[in-house]
Write a protein that binds this ligand. Structure first.
Ligand SMILES: [Zn+2]
Length: 195
């Protein structure tokens, strides 16, 4: 009885592992052609070609150490989106991507003076340790002059793994999904930033 149970357990683990490894072969990976900036979908085992840049196969979360620039894959995602927008006659550009902690603190202090309340200011500018800009995984697009372009990115950004995240900031985008997935519902403002 025991032996039989062990064998069944073995079979179960084996089949689960088999399923898993089979599934990982087919996890889609988006690749951008470095010349044409077009997107092609490969998969994680095959990877991207040397002539391509990877957009990654998942959400891009912050790194373990503080970066000094915008995350490279976020930059690739934006570049691909920018090229696609251009084909639609729409211009999108990054106004602010990576910010140092000092810069974020300065912006936050300015907001506190302007709104005369830390809570109110935090709706618009997250404090340095909360904001995703100093982690290099947030971009402000077309702010403040070109909301139409940002609207294009809100509509089409999911293909590139870029999503608008806040109800009150049409310009703020983050790489919170795998390219081709559906963007999550908006949260009200920067106070709802997830870690
Ligand atoms: Zn922002």
């Amino acid at each position: 009885m025991r032996k039989g149970g062990g064998f069944i357990a073995f079979l179960l683990v084996f089949s689960l592992f088999h399923e898993f490894s089979h599934a990982s072969d087919t996890i889609p990976l988006s690749c951008m052609n470095k010349k044409t900036l077009d997107i092609r979908v490969s998969h994680v085992i095959k990877g991207c070609e040397k002539t391509e840049s990877s957009l990654g196969a998942g959400a891009i979360s912050r790194s373990l150490i503080r970066p000094s620039d915008l995350d490279k894959q976020v930059a690739v995602r934006f570049k691909a989106a920018q090229a696609a927008a251009k084909k639609d006659g729409v211009t999108i550009y990054i106004v602010s991507g990576f910010r140092s902690l000092n810069r974020q603190q300065t912006l936050f202090n300015q907001a506190v003076r302007r709104y005369r309340s830390i809570n109110e200011a935090s709706k618009w500018v997250a404090p340095p340790l909360v904001s995703h800009h100093p982690w290099g995984v947030a971009i402000d697009v077309n702010y403040p002059d070109e909301p139409v372009g940002a609207g294009w990115l809100e509509t089409h950004g999911s293909k590139f793994g870029l999503c608008r995240v806040f109800e009150n900031e049409w310009w703020h985008f983050e790489p919170v999904i795998a390219p081709g997935w559906k963007c999550p519902p908006l949260v009200p403002d920067a106070r709802y930033s997830k870690d």
